[in-house]
Design a protein around this ligand. Structure first.
Ligand SMILES: [Zn+2]
Length: 151
């Protein structure tokens, strides 16, 4: 059974069961103030980004990358469709899946030197397996770059 709410540790970002009083990962005390709704169909990646374990260099690279469900912003042009995948055991917390998805998407955009992805779609599916239900996430959209001013 999926839970609608998690307790997100303010110290390390781990998703804990809503009944948890202490973070499973770091032991930080949790209260109702730490309860966050389940992200059902994605959310704001900038929020997720804050919780990612990135090096300073990676964080600098992700600054300025735009991930949006809206159209490609003015001043940019379509380059190629990009996608990212992630899987997580539901027992580990669904938010972890979205964090992984965001990280994969960011690292894809960084390696392609894209300015971001527009018209983003995120699909999720749940597959029961012997060791627990797995959530599969796929995100895809229109990768874009700034229009080269020398053209
Ligand atoms: Zn913690």
């Amino acid at each position: 059974m999926l839970r609608e709410v998690y307790r997100i540790c303010p110290k390390c970002g781990t998703s804990n069961d809503v009944s948890a009083n202490f973070c499973l990962k770091c032991g930080n005390k949790l209260t109702t103030a730490n309860e966050k709704p389940l992200i059902k169909h994605g959310g704001r990646f900038s929020t997720v980004l804050d919780q990612l374990d990135l090096t300073d260099k990676e964080r600098t690279l992700t600054t300025g990358i735009l991930i949006t469900k809206d159209n490609i912003p003015v001043g940019n042009q379509f380059e190629d469709t990009v996608y990212a995948e992630a899987t997580v055991k539901v027992s580990q917390g669904i938010q972890l899946g979205f964090e992984r998805l965001a990280k994969h998407l960011y690292s894809t955009l960084v390696s392609l030197e894209f300015g971001g992805v527009a018209n983003l779609t995120i699909n999720s599916s749940f597959v029961p397996e012997a060791d627990g239900t797995t959530m599969y996430l796929v995100a895809y959209g229109d990768g874009f770059k700034k229009i080269d001013q020398h053209n």
